[in-house]
Design a protein around this ligand. Structure first.
Ligand code: UD1
Ligand code: CA
Length: 482
């Protein structure tokens, strides 16, 4: 089998149409920069070397490549003088012979399968130069494939240089090429910039190669959507939607139920087991893994979350956390980084949890804030309990034992420990540890000032009702005081 010696990714374009401080090829699709999709698509071809051409002012792209693709040769094209010039620069110091695959850094939808087929066709037919072509509904803006009477490739005409007849052609240059490196090198020498853009066009080498008596072919791909470029925000969204559909289709084929694939956004690399159900409006991103039988959504965002078997997360936002098997989250929960929910636990409506671990079968059902806490198993945290973890300077930790009952509206002022089996009285502000088996009560004793409404709100509806109920205003007695 023939070997691919070199891949060149052209990414020195300005990306001006994106109107962004972020370089075009770093804009993300499905959780990864556009350029990563391109590079990853070439990976299964096992080229000996990867060269990426970047513009002089693209430090961010360089930085990204150095960290994510350490073996890459980064080539700097100081002056953007066209795709032909970019390849000339890329070939400096590259091998003299062998096969090179050239493609643009802004076509995130290209698949390995298509590239492999293209490579197999090129090497099988022993051609010197091949360009991947496609038929598109609207060829405007692309280079057109010019064929001779017998159907063989004559050359490529750029939009701005094409005559009206050529503009009618709907077979376009996808910008993906395979060349014999030695043949390409000698053809590049003959490039001239006498065209509408005054640039050295890589596309011109095909006619040059043919004129030199070598073989050049346009090989058709059957899916033009693969070669869509993300040149502006609108095309970026179009590419992202196609990628989303591909990812969702793969999960559905794998046994995942996605109720509304058009509103479900799943990053590449997310792992979802069969028999998981994902409801509309959910986004599942980063390094997230979901075990079988789990239910996600509607309108739920998971980012770097491990979800156990049979767990459910409804109308909630969860990041960098672990949700145990059979645990229930939501609706309207906010689970922040560093949280671990053990098996069978529950975080209910309007509850925020941060950097805490909640033990097996423990519940925080309503309207609470849990921060920097360790909660044992079988414990119940009453509605509207707040873990007061911040004294304005530092964060402090709270430890709650097993089978504890925290009364509703308790303030647990950290650092504090509540022992196994302990209770707190509703409405308490707990500032001291509560030993195992005791109840912590920390609130003012109630007193009732009898007849107060009849005296102070005389004539009001409340006073009238109170009178009907038999209340009198004569007394100033206070219940609950000696
Ligand atoms: C190019 C092709 C066109 C093809 C289309 C497919 C040429 C002359 N035209 O047009 O036939 O239909 O791609 O998408 O090649 N780049 C550099 N340095 C440069 C110029 C460009 O690295 O000096 C890079 C860009 O970053 C981009 C790629 O080359 O990734 C293509 O350049 P672009 O300006 O987008 O070319 P198109 O007009 O799309
Ligand atoms: Ca382009």
């Amino acid at each position: 089998m023939k070997q691919l010696d070199l891949v060149i990714v052209l990414a020195a374009g300005e990306g001006t149409r994106m109107k962004s401080a972020l370089p075009k090829v770093l804009h993300p699709i499905a959780g990864r920069p556009i350029v990563d999709h391109v590079i990853n698509a070439t990976a299964p071809l096992h080229a000996k070397e990867l060269r990426v051409v970047v513009g002089a002012s693209r430090e961010l792209v360089e930085q990204h490549l150095i960290t994510q693709y350490p073996g890459t040769t980064i080539v700097i094209q100081e002056q953007r003088n066209g795709t032909g010039h970019a390849v000339q620069v890329a070939l400096e110091g590259a091998p003299q012979n062998g096969t090179v695959l050239i493609l643009a850094g802004d076509t995130p939808l290209l698949t390995s399968a298509t590239l492999q087929e293209f490579f197999d066709a090129h090497t099988g037919l022993e051609i010197d130069a091949s360009v991947l072509s496609a038929f598109v509904p609207d060829p405007f803006g692309y280079g057109r494939i010019i064929r001779a009477e017998d159907g063989s490739l004559d050359g490529i005409a750029e939009e701005r240089d094409a005559d009206p007849l050529q503009k009618e052609i709907d077979e376009i240059n996808t910008g993906v090429y395979l060349f014999d490196i030695a043949v390409l090198r000698s053809a590049l020498v003959g490039l001239k910039s006498g065209n509408a853009q005054g640039e050295l066009y890589l596309t011109d080498v095909l006619a040059i190669i043919k004129a030199a008596g070598k073989s050049a072919l346009a090989i058709r791909s059957n899916d033009y959507t693969e070669t869509l470029g993300a040149n502006d925000r609108s095309q970026l969204a179009e590419c992202a939607a196609i990628m989303r559909d591909r990812i969702n289709d793969a999960h559905m084929r794998n046994g995942v139920s996605i109720i509304d694939p058009t509103t479900t956004w799943i990053d590449l690399g997310v792992e979802i087991a069969p028999d998981v159900t994902i409801h509309p409006g959910s986004a599942i991103t980063g390094n997230t893994k979901i075990a079988t039988g789990a239910t996600i959504g509607p309108r739920t965002t998971l980012s770097n979350v491990k979800v156990g078997a049979g767990a459910s997360v409804i109308e909630s936002r969860v990041a960098d956390s672990v949700i145990g098997a059979g645990a229930n989250v939501g609706p309207f929960s906010f689970i922040r980084p560093g949280t671990t929910l053990a098996e069978g636990s529950k975080v209910g409506a309007y509850v925020e949890v941060k950097n805490s671990s909640i033990g097996a079968d423990s519940k925080v059902p309503h309207l609470s804030y849990v921060g920097d806490a360790t909660i044992g198993s079988g414990t119940n945290i009453g509605a509207a309990t707040i873990f007061v973890n911040y004294d304005g300077v530092e964060k402090h930790e709270t430890t709650i034992g097993n089978d504890v009952r925290i009364g509703s509206d308790t303030m647990l002022v950290a650092p504090i420990t509540v022992g196994d089996g302990a209770y707190t009285a509703a409405g308490s502000v707990i500032t001291e540890d509560v030993p195992a088996g005791s109840i912590g009560v920390a609130r003012a004793k109630q007193r009732n000032v009898l007849g107060w409404v009849l005296r102070k709100r005389a004539g009001s509806k409340s006073a009238e009702s109170a009178k009907k109920a038999g209340a009198t205003d004569g007394s100033t007695k206070v219940q609950g005081e000696a």
